[in-house]
Write a new protein. Structure first.
Length: 200
């Protein structure tokens, strides 16, 4: 049996062979570069989308934060107004609690003044725990002063009625008895000092 040996003979010049080999390598390099660029573009696009989404989330949170800040400022304003109103209510309550009912006291005192006694001043001041009222006036004789003291002691809102002095004096050229009496206000709390005067 005859064996036939095949021999491959490359008839291309070595220069052409190297050129074709270089062209194949260049083609592979170009394809690889295009694929790499495409992959990088996909990655960039994906990251851009994610960044945009995150930015939208941050913007939404910022809008929500601004809204909450506005609400907080409004609540702070209401809270400040509430505290102001509470302070005003406290002052008003204290004023109403500490107020001396002058109209009642003057009415009661006016009902017991003897006909021959007239008052020139009524003052109030704080001495110890309770206010003290001081009455100054005139009459024509000492027994009228005593009658005034007795009647003043009948006023329910007054206690500890006391004669400070009773002395002879002159009023518009006429001899009179000048006197001063004091009394404590009972069951009335006050933190102020007041004065009421009648015309002489």
């Amino acid at each position: 049996m005859n064996s036939i040996n095949s021999i491959n003979i490359n008839l291309l010049p070595p220069e052409v062979f190297e050129k074709r080999r270089a062209e194949r390598l260049l083609f592979v390099l170009i394809i690889s570069t295009v694929v790499l660029v495409f992959v990088l573009f996909l990655i960039y696009t994906l990251l851009s989308v994610q960044v945009s989404q995150k930015e939208n989330v941050v913007e939404d949170l910022k809008v929500q934060s601004d809204g909450l800040k506005r609400k907080i400022n409004i609540l702070k304003k209401f809270e400040a107004e509430k505290k102001t109103l509470q302070a005003q209510e406290s002052i008003l309550d204290k004023a109403l609690t500490d107020e001396i009912p002058w109209h009642e006291i003057l009415y009661e005192v006016g009902m017991v003044i003897p006909s021959d006694v007239w008052l020139t001043s009524l003052t109030s001041e704080i001495e110890g725990a309770s206010p003290v009222l001081r009455f100054k006036g005139y009459t024509f004789e000492h027994p009228s002063v005593a009658q005034w003291l007795i009647r003043l002691g009948e006023v329910k809102s007054l206690s500890n009625v006391w004669l400070e002095y009773s002395q002879q004096g002159d009023f518009q050229g006429q001899t009179v008895i000048e006197f001063e009496t004091s009394a404590n206000l009972s069951n009335i709390s006050t933190s102020t000092s007041s004065e009421v005067k009648s015309g002489e």
